[in-house]
Design a protein around this ligand. Structure first.
Ligand code: SF4
Length: 497
């Protein structure tokens, strides 16, 4: 067990929230941040998006002043905040700094709501109020109260998913919703000092609290110490059992930590049972289902990105916008042809993308996809493009979902209970791996697209990113071709007669 030299570190809002999720998480953040998994491209994209939303929210408060002093310049930030509050001409302060009993906070927006009072506003990228937001606002309101700042309202400002951008300037008053949570938050303030005291006491210990990883590690946030805390767990750890975690909870209560130790009397779902059996399985119907495809077989995959702040007319916050597709076309004599589309212009990609897609898919053959996401994207495209609506909806009738085929007709222990193509493809077609690609998942592809089109100015780098995006999307569709082939080899022949 690792021991640490205890200190009395200052708490902050984010440390308080970490402690609310798990004492051990807070302990590691203070004493062993090197145990955390490095921030990946997906997480970085989320952080960038949060920053963009925060900056945009500030535009709703004209005349507001930003406390530019950073998190390591606490004294200067406190001083600047005090100076801005003393100036009655300043209607709002962004990133205002306060400290009470060694707990430091930065308030997203502190708006003057009268001569003697202020409105506390926390900005969130989410589109609704969540339980964790109450805790977030509670600790901020507690510190402000401790500092003697009169607070008239405690509010959450979040994105309005129903706002439809009409073009021109974004309507900031519609883009955001402000919910007054004063009545919900105030009663919680009495709980804060005790909880802060508990966290401080916990941080005086020489060793981290003994807390087993569990469902709490993923909610309300993904804990960055998950890999560290689970590094000694086997692949057959009970937590890896797919589906509802109710069975997992019951089994752990009985001290069962391994899938192999689940008693046979325990009722499991079909997938959980397959994972427990841990053997390759093929349904007798697999061959027949695989042969239901019509040639030429198209293999289609979209990549999308979801701008938090809408970029194109008649789109909403976080609406998925398709930017790219790949289509591997297999003819009846098994010849393979690849067609692709990637929009590299900052304008709305949807019409050009759809026209090229309709041409590539033609009117014949099945369209093999992996999940129902492509159907969702096609339907949304049909709604957005009335002139192409009929053709796009027609295409949805030709979709053939390979994911559903595998889920219902095949299992391999290498899947470890997951049917994601990222688990299935390396198991069945080891020669096709995402590991060698610059982009290895859809979220990174989305972030890469945004960076390439809206930020990158170096044309050489843009070309590199373009190639990386094309390679990623192409692997998804080539993967489906190969999966169909491997599954055909594994399927039992259909009995004659
Ligand atoms: S992974 Fe889980 S147990 Fe480990 S520190 Fe994070 S929340 Fe706590």
């Amino acid at each position: 067990m690792t021991t640490f030299i205890p200190r009395t570190p200052r708490l902050s809002k984010s440390r308080f929230l970490s402690g609310q999720q798990c004492d051990k998480r807070l302990y590691f953040e203070v004493y062993a941040p090197e145990f955390a998994t490095k921030i990946d491209a997906q997480r970085q994209a989320m952080l960038n998006m949060g920053k963009q939303i925060g900056d945009t929210a500030q535009l709703c408060f004209p005349g507001g002043e930003l406390v530019t002093e950073g998190y390591r310049q606490s004294a200067a930030a406190l001083e600047k905040t005090a100076a801005l509050m003393a100036d009655p001409e300043i209607p709002a302060i962004f990133e205002a700094a306060f400290q009470f009993e060694d707990t430091m906070i930065r308030v997203d927006i502190l708006e003057r709501s009268g001569e003697q009072s202020w409105r506390l506003i926390e900005v969130k990228a989410s589109s609704r109020v969540k339980a964790v937001h109450h805790a977030d606002l509670s600790v901020q309101a507690y510190v402000l109260q401790g500092c003697g700042i009169p607070i008239s309202n405690i509010c959450l400002m979040h994105m309005n998913r129903h706002y439809v951008f009409q073009g021109g300037d974004v309507d900031l008053r519609q883009l955001f919703m402000v919910e007054d949570l004063t009545e919900d938050v105030r009663p919680r303030l009495t709980e804060i000092p005790n909880r802060l005291a508990q966290l401080r006491e916990m941080l005086t210990r020489e060793t981290a609290p003994e807390i087993e990883p569990d469902g709490h590690c993923h909610s309300p946030y993904e804990c960055p110490f998950w890999e560290h805390c689970t590094k000694d767990k086997s692949d057959r750890w009970i937590f890896h059992l797919p589906g509802t975690k109710e069975v997992v909870r019951r089994m752990r209560k009985q001290g069962i930590e391994h899938i192999d130790d689940i008693p046979s009397r325990v009722k499991l779902s079909m997938l959980q049972q397959r994972m427990k059996d841990n053997v390759e399985w093929c349904s007798p119907e697999l061959q027949q289902v695989l042969e239901s495809v019509q040639y030429p077989v198209h293999h289609l995959d979209f990549e999308t990105f979801m701008p938090a702040i809408p970029l194109y007319p008649r789109t909403r916050p976080y609406q998925p916008i398709p930017t790219q597709w790949s289509n591997h076309i297999e003819s009846e004599d098994l010849n393979l042809r690849h067609e692709k589309f990637l929009y590299t212009d900052p304008r709305d990609p949807r019409e050009e993308l759809a026209v090229a897609l309709i041409s590539s898919l033609g009117t014949e053959g099945s369209i093999c996809v992996y999940s129902d996401y492509e159907k969702y994207v096609l339907t949304a495209l049909a709604e957005a493009l009335p002139a192409l609506r009929a053709e796009l909806l027609q295409i949805t009738h030709r979709l053939w979902d390979l994911l559903a085929v595998i889920q219902n007709h095949y299992y391999h222990p290498g899947f470890s209970g997951s049917f994601s193509i990222k688990s299935v493809l390396p198991t069945l077609v080891p020669s096709l791996s995402y590991q060698n690609l610059d982009i290895q998942n859809g979220a990174t592809a989305s972030g890469t697209y945004h960076h390439m089109v809206f930020q990158e100015t170096d044309w050489v780098e843009r070309q590199r990113l373009e190639t990386a995006l094309e390679e990623y999307c192409a692997l998804d569709t080539l993967g489906m071709v190969e999966l169909r082939r491997v599954l055909s080899e594994k399927a039992q022949p259909i009995p004659e007669g």
